[in-house]
Design a binder for this molecule. Sequence first.
Ligand code: ADP
Ligand code: MG
Length: 242
Amino acid sequence: MTLIRFDKVNKWFGKLHVLRDINLQIREGEVVVVIGPSGSGKSTLLRCINRLEAISEGQLTVDGFRLDDPKTNINLLRQEIGMVFQHFNLYPHKTVLENITLAPIKVRKIAKEEAEKTATFFLEKVGIPEKAQAYPSQLSGGQQQRVAIARGLAMKPKIMLFDEPTSALDPEMINEVLDVMKALAKEGMTMVVVTHEMGFAREVADRVIFMDNGMIVEEGTPEHFFTNPREERAKLFLSKIL
Ligand code: ADP
Ligand code: MG
């Protein structure tokens, strides 16, 4: 079943044409890694999926919701989508547990006790149950990012979006976050991941998408992509980061 479908999607910021005729279908359970140079439109592509950015032209359907239709209830859709950013965006004055339970209580109207049970479950899953009462500033970057992932999961989303989740981390913390993401992928979560971590892409991606200048220039399995990319721009990009 297709969960995310872009049909000839275009997006402008003023005169800047940032997404050009994007056609893309992502199936339930698929892990898609998006790579490409800075400014190529990766974040914008991702942000359109939960309408943090509105598309300018074309059709975009996510979990049956038409995002190009102004009548679509965007808040309902957003409950189905977790997003993890480069900067963890945790609330500094709330504990880890409060950060995770906030949306389930406020948005999903879950009882506090149950929300805390769920939060504890996901904190265990990301490997830091002992941090429930800590504040974000008391955690390492890797731990904060794992809290951000647990927060996303606590909404029981159908789709998880990751925008360079390890780019702001010290090298020794990258793997602890990638390991959580790998486990999530193995459990069948539908994931769209913008990352420069090519080891992750090789190991976990069902499909790699290479963007340049607002276009999907090449896509394929990691096997295809890393051994035999057709496009010069993809080859050049890989030669710079591998
Ligand atoms: P990437 O994530 O691949 O680095 P982005 O999607 O962030 O690329 O950006 C694509 C282009 O759109 C860039 O030229 C960027 O400067 C521009 N851009 C991104 N967000 C905005 C915005 N809110 N307003 C204007 N221009 C933007
Ligand atoms: Mg970006």
